[in-house]
Ligand binder design. Structure first.
Ligand code: NAD
Ligand code: UDP
Length: 354
């Protein structure tokens, strides 16, 4: 018997077959695992998700075109019997048999999505349509990783899921923002038109080990700069805000939404808000007190503030983040220190506060 997400349990499958002569032929017992597709699985978030799912015992199929992801991110999974890697661009269709699809494939850092904006919006729209088409054919449950960028430069603060956003539809960021908004639209249209099981999470700024060293996002930039003795580059006056979530909190939230009964959309983020200047000072404190701060011109349409209201997901699924910024940064620094091949600068022994 198939469950709501299409998984067939061993106890329900026939263990033996009767022939005409009533001779019993033993059927091979099927290894029953949840077959989970992770698009963009070789990226920062995707690699942590693949690791979690493989450890849980699912059969994980990771597809990625390695635009911003890398094989190093998933090297520890290669060779495991319940992990497969396929080089594939989600703009093209793919035929697979799966029970769940976590759809992450899309560049996420502003420098990467602005690098080839037409490809970015194609990835968001066509990639999501192809993954939804696959979910429809296989009756898989589908989860879209949307973004806090659907709120644009928000006029409501903090942002709740019912806020419709303030996006410049012809700006430099719109290939990503409008791409994700269209992806959300497609996802809910597939649900309405085809009765599919869909889930949508709107992810707020997330950081952690395995972020690409040249990723360009603020936390990885500051940590890499502080570790290598460069100046930390604050864009603009540093008064713009973001709320930073550690990657393990995100993975727990995504899995809880996928396995839960509600479509969402759900904000998944850490509501503790920092200005970029405050963030730079925390990085000085945790990583390198000698790291200097320098101010550079900001980019166009930079959202002035961002903070998730997470009461919806907390009430529906009991999820909330656990890892405070200073603790998450310390874990990330260990990983960056190894990959940058640097000696960590001495930091004064301070208690971890918040
Ligand atoms: P990332 O750039 O590290 O990972 C994206 C992955 O998708 C990479 O491995 C990349 O090679 C792959 N990819 C890109 N285009 C593809 C294509 N056409 N076909 C196949 N693979 C493709 O970014 P991330 O931070 O891990 O983000 C993962 C997802 O989460 C993205 O959809 C992003 O929009 C969303 N998200 C992330 C954050 C965050 O703070 N990390 C915030 C909001 C939303
Ligand atoms: N930012 C910064 N210095 C950097 C990189 C980014 O001050 O080296 C700022 C950027 O202008 C924005 C904030 O940090 O205001 C978050 O930028 P990021 O690219 O990390 O994510 P997003 O803009 O998508 O939230």
């Amino acid at each position: 018997m198939a469950t709501s997400n299409g998984t067939v349990h061993a106890s329900d499958s026939k263990a033996s077959l009767s022939t005409d002569s009533e001779t019993k032929i033993k059927a091979k017992p099927r290894i029953e695992r949840n077959r989970v597709l992770v698009s963009g699985g070789a990226g920062f978030v995707g690699s942590h998700l693949c690791t979690y799912l493989v450890e849980r015992g699912d059969h994980v199929i990771c597809i990625d075109n390695f635009f911003t992801g890398s094989k190093e991110n998933i090297a520890h999974l290669i060779g495991k019997t319940n992990f497969e890697l396929i080089r594939h661009d989600v703009v093209e269709k793919i035929l697979l048999e799966v029970d769940q699809i976590f759809h992450l494939a899309c560049p996420a850092s502003p420098i990467h999505y602005k690098y080839n904006p037409i490809k970015t919006i194609k990835t968001s729209f066509l990639g999501t349509m192809n993954m939804l088409g696959l979910a429809k054919r296989t009756r898989a449950r589908f989860l879209l990783t949307s973004t806090s960028e659907v709120y644009g430069d928000p006029l409501e603060h903090p942002q709740t899921e019912s806020y419709w956003g303030n996006v410049n539809c012809i700006g430099e960021r719109s290939c990503y923002d409008e791409g994700k908004r269209a992806a959300e639209c497609l996802t809910f249209d597939y649900q309405r038109e085809h009765g599919m099981e869909v889930r949508v999470v709107r992810i707020f700024n997330t950081y952690g080990p395995r972020m690409a060293l040249d990723d360009g996002r603020v936390v990885s930039n500051f940590v890499a700069q502080a570790l290598t003795g460069q100046q930390m580059t604050i864009y603009g006056d540093g008064q713009q805000t973001r709320s930073f979530q550690y990657v393990s909190d995100l993975i727990e939230g995504m899995v809880r939404v996928m396995d839960g009964p509600y479509a969402g959309p759900f904000n998944i983020g850490n509501p503790t808000e920092f200005t970029m200047l405050e963030l730079a000072k925390v990085v000085q404190e945790v990583v390198n007190p000698a790291a200097e701060i320098v101010f550079r011109e900001n980019t166009a349409d930079d959202p002035s503030r961002r903070k998730p209201d997470i009461s919806k997901v907390k009430k529906a699924l009991g999820w909330e983040p656990k890892v405070p910024l200073r603790e998450g940064l310390a874990r990330m620094v260990d990983d960056f220190t190894k990959r940058l091949d640097v000696t960590r600068p001495p930091v004064p022994d301070k208690p971890v506060t918040a």
